[in-house]
Structures are given as structure tokens and as C-alpha cells.
Design a binder for this molecule. Structure first.
Ligand code: GDP
Length: 285
């Protein structure tokens, strides 16, 4: 799903998400593990009025595994609980409920003390487009059992989906707007698919990506596009011209740029993480 964001849309989305977040105990903010910092939404604390957040670094299968671990440590230092997931494989999904229970341990203990024997956790998924919100929701459900309830605060079109006896998730995820102000963030979000095709220039994104891949993942350029050492010493615009020809696209540079972006989005360029891990997480402090 690609969405273009205008200030009016953002204000409307913000209002709707804020209303729905009132209904939940915990917010599941989904980010793309390849851009954990760039795809996070800084407004979520405010929108959720300081409700607990579990940050889910999804698409971990496409990210640099070591950097994903370092990002999880970084978030921990910032007071944010984060886990890594690959929503296409079900095995790790029960972690969401388990960690949500840990985060909400005090609240659940209080409910038990009041005589509620099996307190239910209610959650909602939020995140920028294309990070895997719908996939996670679908995979979380045992049999797609929808719990409609004439429960207060839930409109006719909304349902609680039952992930387990004690874990319910609102059926419609909250679509958050991406950050636009920093062009580097825009390029990263375009490369991972959170920003729609009409908002960016493919050649800008690819120049940015080649600069980054030459530095951090040169082997992946060698492997995917048969880039030679001499090629990798060229400037990124030069490299676009070289690789366009090598792929037989003659002078159709746009064709190469679009292919490159699609390859990156589909994992054909190998695993990568575009947000550098802050220095403090790498050290042995
Ligand atoms: P949403 O816009 O946030 O709801 O994102 P979707 O759930 O529609 O997912 C966007 C695309 O990413 C789809 O093609 C999914 O199949 C794919 N996807 C979702 N989760 C993962 C994941 O963990 N790993 C990989 N490789 N692809 C995923």
C-alpha cells in the first residue's frame, strides 16, 4: 500500500490513531529492521499518551543481523523494549505476547489482585507503510477469530482479533506517516518501500544507496551486478552508467535505477541495514 501524505492526511490519521490508542494496554510499533531509526515515528509517545510501546524490528531476515542486535541494545539504553522479527516465519511471533506480558507485568499483577484471574492484554499495531503491519496481524491470529464486541469505544467497523486467550489486537493497524524532513531518511525509506514511488527520484535514491553500499556492502554489489574493484572506485553516478550498460540496458539509466530499488526492496541485494548504529552501542561499555 502506498500513500501520499499531506498535512491534512497526517492530522486526520493522528486524530484517529490517538482515539484508538486509548483502547489499548500496549502499542506495537512496527519498524523495518533495515531502517530502525528512520522508520520509527517520534510522535507515537505523544499519540499514545505514554502508553507502553513494544518496538518490533520486522523484516529482520533482510537486515544485517549484527546491526539488528546492536540496534536492540541501543533502544534498550534509550528505555525502549525492542525485539527482532521476521513476520513471514511464524516461529518467533509468540514472542510478541510474551514480551508484552513482561512489559505489562505490574498492570497485570494489579488486575489479578483485584480478582481478574486471566487478564487480557489489548494491543494495536502502528507503523509507517509497508513495514509488515498487516502481515504480523494476519500471522498473529490463530484462526482469524474475530472478537467483535459491543465493547465501549470500538466502532462497528472495528474488531478485536484474538491472538490467544489473553492477547487481543485491534484488527486495523494505524498507518503512521514517515519522516520527511531529512533527505537521507527519505532515500532510506524509498529504498525499503515505506515511501511511495511518486515522492522520490529513483536516481537520487540509487546514488545515495551506491555511496552506502560501496562503503559497507561492496561484496553485495560485486555479487549482484558483477561490479569489479575498478567499478567500485568510480563515483556513484559513474557506477550507475557502468552497471546500466553491464545489465544490457544501454543508456536507460532509469531502468537500472528502478531495478536496483526493486532488488533492494526484495532482498536480492542481500541483507543490509541503512541506519548506522550509534557508537555507544558498538563499544564494550
Ligand atoms: P503494511 O503496509 O505495514 O501492512 O505491510 P504489509 O504487511 O503489507 O507488508 C509489506 C510487504 O512486506 C509484503 O510484501 C509482505 O509480504 C512483506 N513482509 C512483511 N513482513 C516481512 C518480513 O518479516 N520479511 C520479509 N522478507 N518480508 C516481509
Amino acid at each position: 500500500m502506498t500513500i501520499q501524505w499531506y498535512p491534512g492526511h497526517m492530522a486526520k490519521a493522528q486524530k484517529q490513531i490517538k482515539e484508538r490508542l486509548k483502547l489499548v494496554d500496549i502499542i506495537l510499533e512496527i519498524v523495518d529492521a533495515r531502517v530502525p531509526e528512520s522508520s520509527i515515528n517520534p510522535m507515537i509517545q505523544e499519540l499514545g499518551q505514554n502508553k507502553p510501546v513494544l518496538l518490533i524490528l520486522n523484516k529482520a531476515d533482510m537486515a544485517d543481523a549484527q546491526k539488528t542486535q546492536q540496534w536492540i541494545e541501543t533502544f534498550k539504553k534509550r528505555g525502549i523494549t525492542a525485539i527482532a522479527l521476521d513476520a513471514q516465519h511464524k516461529a518467533k511471533l509468540p514472542m510478541i505476547e510474551k514480551v508484552a506480558q513482561e512489559i505489562l507485568a505490574d498492570k497485570l499483577a494489579k488486575k489479578r489482585a483485584k480478582g481478574i484471574r486471566n487478564p487480557v492484554i489489548r494491543a494495536m499495531c502502528v507503523g509507517v507503510p509497508n513495514v509488515g503491519k498487516s502481515t504480523i496481524l494476519n500471522r498473529l491470529m490463530h484462526k482469524n477469530i474475530a472478537v467483535t464486541g459491543n465493547r465501549p469505544g470500538v466502532t462497528k467497523n472495528q474488531q478485536w482479533l484474538k491472538a490467544s486467550e489473553r492477547f487481543e489486537v485491534l484488527d486495523t493497524p494505524g498507518v503512521l506517516w514517515p519522516k520527511f524532513d531529512d533527505p537521507a531518511v527519505g532515500n532510506k525509506l524509498a529504498l525499503t518501500g515505506a515511501i511511495s514511488d511518486v515522492v522520490y527520484h529513483a536516481d537520487d535514491v540509487v546514488v545515495f544507496a551506491l555511496d552506502y553500499f560501496k562503503q559497507f556492502y561492496p561484496n553485495q554489489l560485486r555479487k549482484t551486478y558483477q561490479a569489479t574493484d575498478a567499478d567500485l572506485e568510480q563515483s556513484s553516478p559513474e557506477l550507475i552508467m557502468i552497471l546500466t550498460k553491464r545489465l544490457g540496458f544501454k543508456e536507460d539509466y532509469d531502468r537500472f535505477c528502478i531495478k536496483f530499488i526493486n532488488d533492494a526492496r526484495q532482498g536480492k541485494l542481500g541483507r543490509f541495514t541503512l541506519d548506522p548504529v550509534p557508537a555507544e552501542a558498538k563499544g564494550n561499555d
